[in-house]
Design a protein. Structure first.
Length: 175
């Protein structure tokens, strides 16, 4: 995770320390699983990682789950009303309890006629409730977290030009 993603986790959970995900890179393992999944089918889902605040951190014990979804078709234009559309990848959206970034991936070393479309989701495992206060910081935090993992997945999958994802998330809503 990059520095921005760690800061986003602090906003989401209120914690400053997080439990490690294990020995191997979660993104590398997820990219390997996605690559194996993509060969025989045109869609699939899988876990990237789960993130837990450490008990001594003082934050709530809410789990943040990061998952990938693979599709052979581009995302539809409509987005659930709870999501604010963001200009990242092919499609991106953020809400007070989750965010996603979808990007096309055509690996440099094995170009195909049509790219696969990968979505990376960051979501809370807590029961979602609409926050009463300004939700913009939470939306930005979830979008930053989803973008960080999407960019890492695009790099790990060796997508051409990092699938067009910029080094930093675009948090200004799309019009």
């Amino acid at each position: 995770m990059n520095k921005d993603a760690v800061g986003a986790l602090e906003v989401i959970t209120g914690a400053t320390l997080f439990a490690p995900t294990g020995g191997d890179s979660a993104v590398a393992a997820a990219a390997g699983e996605l690559t194996r999944e993509a060969a025989p089918v045109s869609s699939g889902t899988g876990d990237v990682c789960s993130i837990f605040p450490r008990p001594e951190s003082g934050g709530p014990a809410a789990e943040i789950r990061v998952v990938w979804r693979l599709s052979s078709t581009p995302p539809k234009e409509d987005t659930a009303p709870k999501f604010t559309r963001l200009p990242m990848g092919e499609k991106a959206g953020a809400a007070h309890d989750s965010a996603f970034v979808t990007f096309p991936c055509s690996p440099k070393d094995e170009p195909r006629a049509f790219p696969d479309h990968v979505s990376v989701w960051a979501q809370s495992r807590a029961v979602p409730t609409e926050a009463e206060e300004d939700v913009r910081p939470l939306k930005n935090a979830y979008a930053t977290l989803a973008h960080s993992f999407a960019l890492a997945m695009a790099k790990e999958l060796d997508c051409d030009n990092n699938a067009g994802l910029k080094p930093k998330p675009s948090l200004i809503p799309a019009s």
